[in-house]
Design a protein around this ligand. Structure first.
Ligand SMILES: [Fe+2]
Length: 176
């Protein structure tokens, strides 16, 4: 599973701390098992159910959000230097995990991806944190997951969470 994940999403390797990288991969593994998915299913899985038909897969979306996040962080740091403090490992881990809850928010029935009962009752920013909670994922990374969507609009987002939030919508709205 880990090899398949790394092949599909090479951006896991952008996490420099090997311990954090392994924990992030472990959460992906747990989420895949919880949703009953194979890595290859993520190539077909739409990244959102709000756009039908959705032209963009979960794999593409996650990679898009990681890459926009990393490039935005680089741009900010090149101009503002130490006035903007970004933990790049937390940023990448948060971008990789921001939609992990969607693996339990969706199910496939008769070839169609639909919402699960859990997804209806507990949206992915919350179920995503649930999947991470006992896996040693840093609180800063769980904050990114929890606050990346509108659930986080009332919270004070960290610099990393601000970037992932906007990177997510930047990717989403291209296809809306
Ligand atoms: Fe997303």
């Amino acid at each position: 599973m880990k090899e398949d994940l790394l092949k599909s999403i090479p951006e896991f390797n952008l996490i420099k701390d090997s311990d954090l990288r392994e924990k992030v991969l472990k959460v992906w593994d747990i989420a895949l098992a919880a949703g009953g998915w194979k890595v290859s299913d993520l190539q077909r899985m739409p990244f959102t159910l709000l756009i039908d038909p959705c032209p963009c897969s979960m794999i593409e979306h996650i990679r898009g959000v990681v890459n926009v996040s990393v490039n935005a962080a680089e741009a900010l740091q090149s101009i503002y230097k130490s006035k903007v403090k970004i933990n790049e490992d937390y940023l990448v881990a948060g971008a990789l995990l921001h939609d992990i809850g969607k693996l339990v928010e969706y199910k496939e029935e008769n070839g169609k991806f639909i919402q699960t009962n859990l997804g209806r009752l507990v949206r992915h920013p919350i179920s995503g944190v649930g999947l991470c909670y006992s896996q040693g994922i840093p609180e800063e990374v769980m904050h990114i997951i929890a606050s990346h969507s509108w659930e986080g609009d009332r919270s004070k987002r960290t610099p990393e969470a601000i970037i992932v939030h906007h990177a997510d919508f930047t990717n989403f709205e291209q296809f809306k």
